[in-house]
Write a protein that binds this ligand. Structure first.
Ligand SMILES: Cc1ncc(COP(=O)(O)O)c(C=O)c1O
Length: 485
């Protein structure tokens, strides 16, 4: 029997409160005196009235009904749900950062500006680029920013006909979406049977209309695009630019750099690779790095140094601001703390273990689940539930639900699109051998149950507060606020 948690409005009782003013004489500001009447509500808002204990229990119980990296394994491919060291949180909570206002004058914000300046330099070093902006608020926002820079570059050179952006058929959905939003036309490039970009399929697109190509490496199949240097040469010779989707950089830290592969623009997902909590739409950060020929187009203001002080500088050819103030500053502090904590050797080890863990799981699972691209993987790999579907009528989604019942977050499912019944698994470097083995046992057990008693898998999840909602309805028509009768 699933237990339904009451909303905070349903436990509300008139007169209960979870605050106390210092004394009865504490002056209460009157909204009528502060705002124009046209801004004021006609009736008081219907707010819940609860005691402090009810309030604490309500939110604690609510948080327990969710799965997070702090309470279980979360192998969500391409999302790098790794452990977020508490050290990062402590640093982001330092009063000097947490309480600083983005409108403070430069002379009181020197510490915050220094963090921005130094983090940009770390990013340049890690990704092999010449300049970075930390403004974009997410990977997709970074992509959009990068594409505006590509557009600005071609317009600056008088190449306004360069309207085509190429994306491989394994690309993440945000790539084509960002390109379209930035006003480009899209062309898809097929992959080879081995899962890499097909250079022959690329060649017909190499002409004066080409604006650039977006690519993630390792790609979304977890495979390293080993022909990357040939690819960048072809794109550059045709006058295009190469954009690196850095969501998969967890495999590369300290080992390889997109700048060396020939990429002109990169984005990094700080909320993945650099260990900021994410999922559920929390604040993210998608900094953009460029090679020197594109630096002048970066969003302004930039943080620079003038007379030994950090200061904000405007760039005349900039594409303009893409985010208020300096981006999601708390996320920047977390990434800064993480990089300083690990250092170059620590970052490299991070990627080495991430790749090792993924290969370990791939080897353990490929006997029971199909592996369409059976080769050494990078930090993630993509299984297929095609065999379970054919043999027992259990599809990838059912395997997800059965995993949830075992306290494990499902892998990324039905992506990339070129793998049928895809289960994309990214264990990350922060999980222990025991956790990886528990996951293997869970996956093998689900496969066994699927063959012996498929109904038992089809009925899952049984142990969760929510069963199988109508996912389309939940996404398209979410009810996000309490409906008063
Ligand atoms: C390969 C890839 N590119 C881009 C993105 C977009 O990043 P964000 O979710 O931060 O917008 C993702 C996120 O899932 C991704 O996996």
């Amino acid at each position: 029997m699933r237990s339904v948690q009451k909303t905070i409005f349903e436990i509300s009782k008139k007169g209960r409160k979870s605050y106390s003013l210092i004394n009865d004489e504490t002056p209460i500001l009157n909204a009528d005196d502060l705002f124009d009447k046209s801004y004021l509500r006609e009736q008081d808002a219907r707010l819940p009235e609860v005691s402090e204990m009810d309030l604490v229990r309500h939110f604690t119980n609510l948080s327990r009904r969710n799965h997070g990296i702090d309470n279980g394994f979360y192998p969500l491919g391409s999302c790098t749900m790794k452990y977020n060291p508490r050290f990062n949180e402590a640093m982001a909570s330092l009063p000097g950062f947490e309480e600083s206002h983005p409108n403070s004058p430069e002379w009181v914000s020197q510490g915050s500006l220094k963090i921005i300046h130094e983090l940009e330099k770390f990013m340049c070093e890690i990704f092999g680029m010449d300049a970075f902006t930390l403004q974009p608020a997410a990977g997709a926002h970074g992509e959009f920013t990068g594409l505006l820079i590509i557009r600005a570059f071609h317009e600056y050179n008088g190449d306004t006909q360069r309207k085509i952006i190429l994306v491989p058929d394994s690309a993440h959905g945000t790539n084509p979406a960002s390109a379209k939003m930035a006003g480009f036309e899209l062309k898809q490039v097929a992959s080879t049977p081995g899962g890499l970009v097909d250079l022959e399929a690329l060649k017909p697109h190499l002409n004066d209309n080409l604006a650039g190509m977006m690519l993630t490496n390792p790609n979304t199949l977890g495979l390293f695009e080993k022909d990357i240097l040939d690819m960048t040469k072809l794109i550059h010779e045709a006058g295009g630019l190469l954009y690196y989707d850095g969501a998969n950089a967890n495999a590369l830290l300290g080992i390889s750099r997109p700048g060396m592969m020939g990429f002109d623009i990169v984005h990094a997902n700080l909320h993945k690779t650099f260990s900021t909590p994410h999922g559920g739409g929390g604040p993210g950060s998608g900094p953009i790095g460029v090679k020197s020929h594109l630096e002048k187009f970066l969003p302004s203001p930039r943080v620079g140094i003038h007379l030994d002080k950090f200061t904000l500088l405007d760039l005349p050819d900039s594409i303009g601001r893409v985010k208020s103030f300096h981006g999601n500053f708390g996320v920047l502090v977390r990434a800064y703390a993480y990089i300083r904590l690990l250092g170059p050797e620590g970052l490299k080890r991070t990627s080495q273990i991430a790749v090792l863990n993924a290969n370990y799981l791939q080897e353990k699972l490929k006997g029971k689940y199909n592996l369409d691209y059976d080769t050494r993987c990078m930090h993630e790999f993509v299984l297929s539930a095609e065999r379970q579907k054919e043999e027992c009528g259990v599809i990838a989604k059912d395997i997800d639900k059965a995993l949830i019942d075992k306290g494990i977050h499902p892998p990324t499912t039905y992506f990339p699109l070129i793998v049928h019944e895809a289960l994309m698994i990214e264990p990350t470097e922060t999980e222990s051998l025991e956790t990886l083995d528990d996951f293997v046992d869970a996956m093998l057990d689900i496969d066994k149950t699927a063959h012996e008693n498929p109904d038992a898998v089809l009925k899952t999840p049984m142990n969760t507060p929510v069963g199988r909602p109508d996912e389309t309805k939940a996404a398209r028509n979410p009810i996000l606020k309490f409906q008063f009768e």
